[in-house]
Design a protein around this ligand. Structure first.
Ligand SMILES: C[S@@+](CC[C@H](N)C(=O)[O-])C[C@H]1O[C@@H](n2cnc3c(N)ncnc32)[C@H](O)[C@@H]1O
Length: 210
């Protein structure tokens, strides 16, 4: 199922507007990815499952309250930030990447969808100023260096049920990485929420901050 039906299957409460926005993503990414590579060309056929639904795995862990502020570090073409911004239209998303052409794709997609809760910026994570409730990310670097980049950017006042911190989409065997990291984490398996085989090895790692 490579269309937005797979999103509706796991997120049955979507509004008509959200359904339409998710449905638009297929054509938008096909068009932009042909010009600027943000998703591997072989993977574009699996956009809905491997990129959009995967990004929304974070929403299976936390139902962000309105006005939550979220930073997506190394967003590439907008993952996980764009799918989350569709799902949480009353939260603010700051999507950053060090490569300008990726940010161009994010801006084009956000604009085409009419998303007003997304700010995309070409900047390195280490240079971002400001505070966020959550920092989300996928496939950028190991947790230890990542933590160093973002640890001072998290608001200490918790506003959501889940404690503020990092929500990192990870796959595979995390033992070594978590050992190297050495700090408190909670690992949520996405196979508890999604039945597709792809998610058997996929997790969300929550690093709470105090
Ligand atoms: C493998 S891609 C993943 C993109 C996206 N998160 C996804 O899962 O599709 C990693 C991205 O992180 C960006 N990146 C790496 N180091 C960064 C840094 N220090 N600050 C901002 N972006 C960074 C790269 O430019 C690249 O676009």
């Amino acid at each position: 199922m490579n269309d937005s039906k797979i999103i509706e299957k796991y997120f049955p409460q979507l509004s008509e507007k959200q359904k339409q926005q998710f449905a638009q993503l297929g054509d938008l990414y096909a068009t932009w990815n042909a010009q600027i590579n943000v998703i591997s060309r072989t993977d574009i056929d699996n956009l809905y499952e491997k990129h959009i639904l995967h990004s929304l795995g974070i929403a299976k862990i936390v139902d962000f309250k309105d006005f939550t502020e979220i930073l997506d570090v190394g967003t590439g073409g907008g993952f996980p930030g764009i799918p989350l911004a569709i799902l949480f239209p009353n939260c603010q998303f700051h999507l950053i990447d060090s490569i300008g052409k990726k940010i161009k794709v994010v801006n084009e997609v956000a604009q085409a969808l009419g998303l007003t809760n997304v700010k995309a910026e070409q900047i390195r994570a280490e240079q971002v100023e400001g505070e966020y409730d959550f920092i989300v990310s996928r496939a950028v670097t190991r947790l230890l260096p990542f933590y160093g980049w973002v640890k001072n950017k998290i608001n200490i006042n918790n506003y959501n049920k889940l404690q503020n911190g990092i929500l990192y989409l990870k796959g595979g065997d995390l033992k070594e990485e978590l050992k190297e990291f050495g700090k408190k984490t909670k690992v949520y398996e996405l196979s508890n929420f999604y039945e597709e085989e792809f998610f058997e090895t996929k997790m969300v790692v929550h690093v709470p901050m105090k």
